[in-house]
Design a protein around this ligand. Sequence first.
Ligand code: SF4
Ligand code: SF4
Length: 266
Amino acid sequence: MRLMDLQVELERWLMHAGPNRIAQPEALATPLTAPGPLDLFEAPLVGVASAADPLWGRLRAPDVVGPHHLPPDAWVPGARSVVAFFLPFTARVREANRVPTETATEWLYGRYEGGFLVEAMAEALAAHLRASGWRALVPVTDPRYAVQAMRANWSERHAAYIAGLGTFSLSRSLITRAGSAGRIGSVVTDAPLPHTPRLYETLDAYCGRCGACIPRCPAAAITEAGKEHGPCKVWQDGTLARHQPRYGCGKCQTRTPCEHRIPVRR
Ligand code: SF4
Ligand code: SF4
């Protein structure tokens, strides 16, 4: 199975996925920026990491994710590959969230309904691999998936980094060639897929360190030293209280040079 086959499979699924279109969005937090149906995501970027990549071991260091992070072969015995995909939000979702402070209605749909879509897409990919005779599993929907002190035992952002999809930003999201405003999914499998190269050598190679995300953060969680997860979580919990069951912020991923591309270094 080639990378192109996975790409085609995921694009085909997204094109026919009912959940990618909110037929009748309602103004939840901010006025809708346009009438009519709301499409959440553009076509995905897809990468494949080797399950034997030494970086998986690095994730178990306390200053990265932690010793509770499980490597690919703990999810699927004999794992050979990890497929990661990045779904960029559509221009309408991104641009709506360029307003300050309050989470845009469109972003709330992208974060909440979009979250279910990403899981469904990963499950569809795993089913596709299983139908071809391989074992495949989605860690974030597995009963063993757990979060300790705001750190999960499977990090999809790190999986995407190892799979060559992009690097970390000052605000700790992932900057891909389609920017940082989007969602990540991943599947572990024993299929011997071709692994994609990493076109970077450092964790933050794609971040321009311009600082534009710092004043965008309504929780003052971002400084030139990075992001503090505590204030971010408190802010996001506040959005949940206001917009149950939806939540989200994403101000640091919108109206920034890395919103929809790799920013040019100064
Ligand atoms: S706005 Fe600038 S500093 Fe912040 S994550 Fe994007 S590129 Fe990096
Ligand atoms: S998601 Fe919102 S609160 Fe969290 S760091 Fe980004 S801008 Fe700040």
